[in-house]
Ligand binder design. Structure first.
Ligand code: SF4
Length: 285
């Protein structure tokens, strides 16, 4: 058996930045709160919680102290409310997300109808939407196109982690039925690199292990991409979830990681596979 690793692994720069800021904040002071998990990775979440970071779902649940804004960002209205309440705000929004938020704001102020391609329930999308009141969020093409046909002066932006194939499909359909459509491909470069390397790798292997939080959009997309490239894809959170029987008879196995997956988790999966299959060779490790 050969074990091959995707070109891009470990934390993306946005998660690395947020993670380091969160460690520094929680080491320096008490009462640091985040709204929702800091990254979509249970091991990192636990580490930061052990360090004192508290997770709440509502702003009203923060009695005092610091609101730590995670990589996904928050709507500006929430930040304004936090400041009104006297909370200290530490903004660790990923710079790529901040760029999309500012772009959405500018397009809105130019009088365009901002269309965000992405999951309407994802916090990053909610944060961007807060910058473009009245925007239209689209995750899948609707059976009834009436509402989309009514939109005018459209400007499209996207959730940073949306699958590129979906982005192209939705952009094509919108532009196909609307007179004026401006498109900004705001898929982040790290996400694009990870998706490309997962696709390339999946086309060379029989099975692919994708490591990351099962609640992570970018990790799930990597598994979808691997499957559509022809590999059997197994989404796991750590080496503990990996099953030996998945690899019986497989000659080439690929390893890919989500943007909030620390690099050592991939090392542990490789170690487990080489322990099970002593003839396995880790290529490029
Ligand atoms: S995946 Fe991209 S947008 Fe998301 S945190 Fe990482 S660098 Fe930022």
């Amino acid at each position: 058996m050969e074990i091959l690793r995707a070109r891009t692994q470990g934390f993306c720069f946005g998660v690395e930045l947020t993670y380091k800021k969160a460690l520094a904040e929680t080491s320096e002071r008490d009462n640091v709160f985040t709204m929702g998990n800091i990254v979509h990775n249970p091991l990192i979440v636990k580490e930061l919680e052990d360090n004192g970071l508290k997770n709440v779902s509502e702003l009203a649940d923060i009695p005092e102290g610091t609101l730590f804004v995670r990589a996904h960002g928050l709507p500006p209205q929430t930040l304004a409310l936090a400041e009104e309440r006297g909370l200290r705000v530490v903004d660790a929004t990923c710079p790529m997300v901040t760029r999309t938020q500012r772009l959405a704001r500018r397009l809105y102020e130019e009088g365009r109808t901002v269309v965000i391609l992405g999951d309407p329930n994802h916090p990053e999308v909610k944060g961007i939407a807060g910058h473009a009141p009245g925007c239209f969020v689209l995750n899948d093409w609707p059976t009834d196109e009436t509402e989309i046909r009514r939109l005018r002066r459209i400007a499209i932006v996207a959730q940073s982690t949306i699958n590129q194939a979906k982005f192209r499909e939705l952009v094509g359909k919108i532009a196909g039925i609307n007179y004026e459509t401006r498109v900004f491909n705001t898929i982040c470069s790290d996400t694009q690199g990870r998706q490309d390397s997962a696709r390339d790798l999946a086309s060379e292997v029989d099975a692919m292990v994708v490591i990351g939080g099962t609640n992570s959009a970018n990790t799930r997309h990597l598994a979808e991409i691997a499957e559509s490239a022809g590999a059997k894809a197994y989404l796991v959170e750590s080496a503990a979830d990996v099953r030996r029987e998945w690899f019986d008879g497989e000659e080439r196995v690929g390893i890919a990681t989500g943007a909030s997956t620390p690099g050592f988790l991939a090392d542990e999966v490789v170690a487990k596979l080489t322990a099970w299959f002593p003839q396995a060779q880790a290529v490029g490790v």
